[in-house]
Ligand binder design. Structure first.
Ligand code: HEM
Ligand code: CA
Ligand code: CA
Length: 303
């Protein structure tokens, strides 16, 4: 139902308006692309790509922002509001908040050196949030590959999508609290995660001392932290995946993801093609269309 020309007659300049705001934002925050694509992902996995993650707590709304995967972690909401304001000034009441996440993700990935793709449009915004759903449907960095795979399968995404989309960890940051369990006493063994390169382990222990500040951050891709490239996959081949769930894609014996990691490590264009396809697939998860939902005037509140 979505299509790339959805706003052609109602807001023809939508992508240049979004581009203008995100270019400005990128000058102050090199992480903004990482923040916004993650919001799009965390939106789409909970009741589809309907802007549900953007709603604040209110009467009858327990926000997804306060769910475990997002609290103290999901960011970039201020830039979404800036984009929305710019669009309301030109085409009031037309462009959904859910579409803003899809459009800005594409623009920022390509600005960081990644692929371009034709963004499908026409999503409408939810009138509710699903905090419980956010707690159960969004993959956790402490889970096994089979649990992660099941969460992707539940929304119609396969192993190739999982590996390609995990490649978004080619940029952005993570806090010590989401990976430090790998550094000291992994699975109560008294030892670090054996699938962690020892030099990299040493670096990570300096950033995240045992019992230290769980909110300290480090790069998801230690080789090219802000560039969108296929280094994420060569890192995995070198046992330099930051999250347990990153390294599992390559280090789980017999998993079908291992060959896919190798393919993407060997060919950036193969990664880019698949990433673009998988972003379109993820962006198509149960959108609200037609008369369902609404076009929110303020992404933080229902109308
Ligand atoms: C496969 C399962 C996934 C898991 C378990 C996972 C988990 C995480 C975690 C724990 C963080 C760090 C959050 C923090 O410390 O505050 C993170 C960051 C990030 N994730 Fe994922 N993620 C997954 C898939 C994805 C996908 C599919 C995308 C996008 C297509 C994505 C994009 C990002 C980005 C860009 C960041 C950095 C955000 C920033 O710098 O603020 N992730 N992820
Ligand atoms: Ca949603
Ligand atoms: Ca990179």
């Amino acid at each position: 139902q979505l299509n790339p020309t959805f706003y052609d007659t109602t807001c023809a300049n939508v992508s240049s308006i979004v581009r203008g705001v995100v270019q400005q934002a990128a000058q102050n925050d090199e992480r903004i692309g990482a923040k916004l694509i993650r919001l799009h992902f965390h939106d789409c996995f909970v009741d589809g790509c309907d802007g549900s993650i953007l709603l604040d707590d209110a009467d009858g709304i327990a926000s997804e922002k306060n769910a475990a995967p997002n609290a103290g972690s999901a960011a970039g909401f201020d830039v979404v509001d800036d984009i929305k304001t710019a669009l309301e000034n030109v085409c009031p009441g037309v462009v959904s908040c859910a579409d803003i996440l899809a459009i800005s993700s594409q623009i920022l990935v390509s600005m960081a050196g990644g692929p371009t793709w034709e963004v499908q449009l026409g999503r409408r915004d939810s009138k509710s949030a699903n905090q419980a759903g956010a707690n159960t449907s969004i993959p956790s960095p402490f889970e096994s590959l089979s649990k992660i795979t099941a969460k992707f399968t539940a929304v119609g995404l396969d192993s190739t999508d999982l590996v390609a989309l995990s490649g978004a960890h080619t940029f952005g940051r993570a806090q010590c609290r989401v990976f430090s369990h790998r550094l000291y006493n992994f699975s109560s063994t008294g030892n670090p995660d054996p699938s962690l390169d020892t030099t990299y382990l040493g670096t990570l222990r300096q950033t995240c001392p045992d019992g230290g500040n769980g909110n300290a951050i480090t790069n998801l891709d230690p080789s090219t932290p802000n560039g969108f490239d296929n280094n994420y996959f060569t890192n995995l081949q070198n046992n330099q995946g930051l999250l347990q769930t990153d390294q599992e894609l390559f280090s789980t014996t017999g998993a079908d993801t291992v060959d896919i990691v190798n393919r993407f490590a060997n060919s950036q264009s193969e990664f880019f093609d698949n990433f673009a396809k998988s972003m379109i697939k993820m962006g198509n998860i149960s959108p609200l269309t037609g008369n369902n939902g609404e076009i929110r005037l303020d992404c933080k509140r229902v109308n």
